[in-house]
Design a protein. Sequence first.
Length: 291
Amino acid sequence: LLSPRGRLGSRSAEAGLEALTTLAEANGTAAPRCDKVPKPKRSLSASLSPSASPDSIARHHSVLLSQGNGSSKRVRTSSLVLRPGKYVAIDCEMVGTGPQGRLSELARCSVVNYEGDVIYDKYVQPELPVVDYRTRWSGITKQHMKNAIPFKAAQAEILKILKDKIVVGHAIHNDFQALKYFHPKDRTRDTSQIPVLKKRAGLPIKANVSLKNLARHLLHKKIQVGCKGHSSVEDAQTAMELYRLVEVQWEKELAHSLPPRPPSPITDPTADSSQYLDDQYWPTDLMASSL
């Protein structure tokens, strides 16, 4: 009775376990030993809301990286926590319109999810007549335009997908320009602008590196080959693969580059209501009347 409560409780639990084991053996059944009760696994995403902002996601990456020994298992786990529907990759193919076909207009758009599955892939009818199909690079032919949807309709569908997403792409400003759209910079991941990828590929950091070369050096795959033009699906999938290759490190660097958070009203000393009890915060006339 004089022993600490914790010891008494643990001893009672052990005595109960021994009694159950004895009873099971008496009945001719083997009772499993339970020397240690496994601790429940802690969820890494407990503090991360599904609607978390990009800066929260980036900082969460940084926190995950700073915990433990940074093993590949931890990296994989942290990656799985952060993606659900949050990331997409996009690639567009353009044709030439206007004088001498120098104006680039959208003719095909493909969007894939984090796993590389296609969630959008449609041919788009430009607003101006097509002068140059640029088939050698775009893969677009006159035949593709027969069932193409109008630009405005495609634009509405695509922007609905991109809303509130972190969008991955290569030289992605060209895709946004073709869509006549500006995506928030903090939600954009351009694989042509990642020093980490260029370092891994052994290429100069300031060099303009094509998606084709990055895929060859880092993914050991050949894309954009042959004379039938590029595949926007393949290019979008490749951009996402490259992003995933350096995702944790890149997001960590982004987290460090983000501006500091404003102080919380709860922890901000200037927001402490107790200080307003000091005389300096009371009206002069009220102080005089109370004397």
